[in-house]
Design a protein around this ligand. Structure first.
Ligand SMILES: [Zn+2]
Length: 477
């Protein structure tokens, strides 16, 4: 059977045009101004609607252990929420148990991911250095298609690696064409500030914000970029939350470092005042880096607009309020860090970005789909083009909805964006040609998602035509 999406306004990172899209099997086989259907063809009428390439969220923590608990969404509930929200691929983080091999960990997580309703890739977290890591990296890259790893500069004792360990790992990764995700916050100093706050009896969620200052994010960001430069390795700074950290990325890009930055919807829309609410309500908004002073939002939007920030990822790391976040009721350092966001990232970026005029439609596609595919080496995704996977999102720009936990698919008891009205309604979502969301309702099956075996380098290098160019803004986009 063939499917034809008729009369939609097709939007890619490069252009916007009215066209019909023919889908056969998993793939797009024709894009043309008027495709004549055969009687057996399935027709989706997209008149008056946008047709986007499916969103790719490269920052999710499904089934992820943290601070003696585990995130509230598994690969079924999480990917279902993703699909309804316009995300058709994720890259989730693995997490090795203490002393476990990276290969065994990868196998274990591929298995967990098999329940997914959309395609899923995995970034390999390295939370402990040993020489074995250097031996396993080439196997991960070549046999398992793992084109990206992740290192933490915070969470000492649980995940943090030191500078020398980072250098050794990044050097090996760079040789393999593997990109390193870095969580950049100065873990040593933050831990000391947390201990001081608690010793002074300051236990409320707002102290989570006060003990992780922007300067400690910026310091670690600058240090990570310098290490990447010395190691001649590509680097991706996850969840850039503030102006000072973004400045470090811009400086590094100008030096020719193969550096990319990501930000998240929570840093674009929410601010530190959310942490400072009575009755522990602030606990809902504890994530790291913390929410920042509101003025940073304009700087981050500008970073997206100028191409200094390449990607928006959700950092979906959901914990229930009533029993999981509550673990830190009397001690902010015991509140599991993370926010739910996978279901709404596409809508929030569209509303606050495109609808409110901060970024163009094409930039939106670049940030939510094309750049993630290029940077993380996902073949045949991130664009609407012949031969590409038919991962498509149809959005009615004339409708609006109010975000609420009452109707969400995410398996948590709150929504960080509760009550926000966003323009644009996602009506249909296709994953490799199959309609998995129809009229806003999820109709797909668990287990249909495929593991994404990724290409190293892929198109990433195309984002750096002229790395030594001082006018980095012109070369990234
Ligand atoms: Zn994260």
């Amino acid at each position: 059977m063939k499917t034809i999406i008729k009369n939609g306004m097709v939007v890619t990172s490069g252009s916007t045009f009215k066209a019909d899209i023919l889908i056969q099997g998993d793939s797009i086989t024709s894009i043309s101004s008027d495709i004549t259907p055969e009687p057996s063809d399935k027709i989706i009428d997209a008149e008056g609607q946008y047709v986007f390439p499916g969103g790719i969220d490269v920052h999710t923590h499904l089934e992820w252990p943290l601070m003696d608990t585990e995130t509230a969404d598994d690969f079924v509930s999480g990917t279902r929420a993703a699909a309804v929200g316009g995300i058709t691929s994720i890259i989730n983080f693995t997490k090795p148990k203490k002393g476990a091999s990276l290969i065994a960990t990868q196998e274990e997580w591929i298995e967990k991911g098999k329940k997914s309703v959309i395609d899923y890739g995995l970034h390999a977290i390295i939370n402990e250095y040993s020489d074995r890591v250097l031996e396993e990296l080439p196997i991960l890259a070549e046999t398992y298609g793992v084109g990206s790893i992740k290192l933490f500069m915070a969470y000492k004792g649980e995940m943090m690696v030191n500078d020398l360990e980072m250098y050794k790992i990044m050097k090996k990764a760079g040789e393999l064409g593997v990109i390193t995700n870095v969580h950049a916050e100065n873990g040593d100093i933050i831990d000391e500030m947390i201990a001081q706050a608690l010793a002074e009896g300051n236990t409320d969620p707002i102290y989570h914000g006060y003990t992780r200052p922007t300067i400690m994010e910026a310091e670690a960001t600058g240090r990570a970029l310098a290490i990447a430069e010395a190691a001649n390795a590509p680097i991706y700074i996850v969840h850039v939350s503030c102006s000072e950290a973004l400045e470090k990325v811009v400086e590094a890009k100008k030096r020719g470092v193969q550096a990319f930055a990501e930000t998240c919807p929570q840093y674009l829309v929410l601010d530190i005042s959310y942490l400072d609410q009575p009755n522990f309500e602030g606990g809902k908004y504890v994530c790291s880096p913390p929410l920042r002073e509101k003025w940073n939002q304009d700087v981050l939007w500008n970073g997206l607009q100028t191409g200094m920030i390449s990607v928006a990822g959700s950092d979906h790391c959901p914990f229930r309020f009533h029993d999981q976040k509550a673990m830190g009721k009397d001690n902010f350092s015991k509140i599991p860090n993370g926010l739910p966001g996978l279901e709404d990232i596409f809508s929030i970026l569209y509303h606050f970005g495109v609808h409110e005029g901060r970024i163009s439609l094409n930039q939106f596609v670049e940030i939510i789909s094309t750049n993630p595919a290029k940077i993380f080496g996902i073949p045949k995704k991130g664009d609407i083009s012949i031969g590409y996977d038919a991962d498509l999102v149809i959005l009615n720009p004339n409708g609006s909805r109010v975000i609420t936990s009452a109707s969400q698919y995410q398996n948590v008891d709150y929504n960080a964006y509760e009550g926000l009205e966003v323009q644009g309604i996602i009506t249909n979502v296709l994953s490799r040609g199959e309609v998995i969301v129809k009229d806003g309702q999820f109709i797909g099956d668990a287990g249909r998602g495929k593991y994404l075996h990724r290409n190293r380098r892929h198109n990433r290098d195309s984002l750096f035509h002229s790395p030594k160019n001082d006018q980095a803004t012109e070369t990234i986009r």
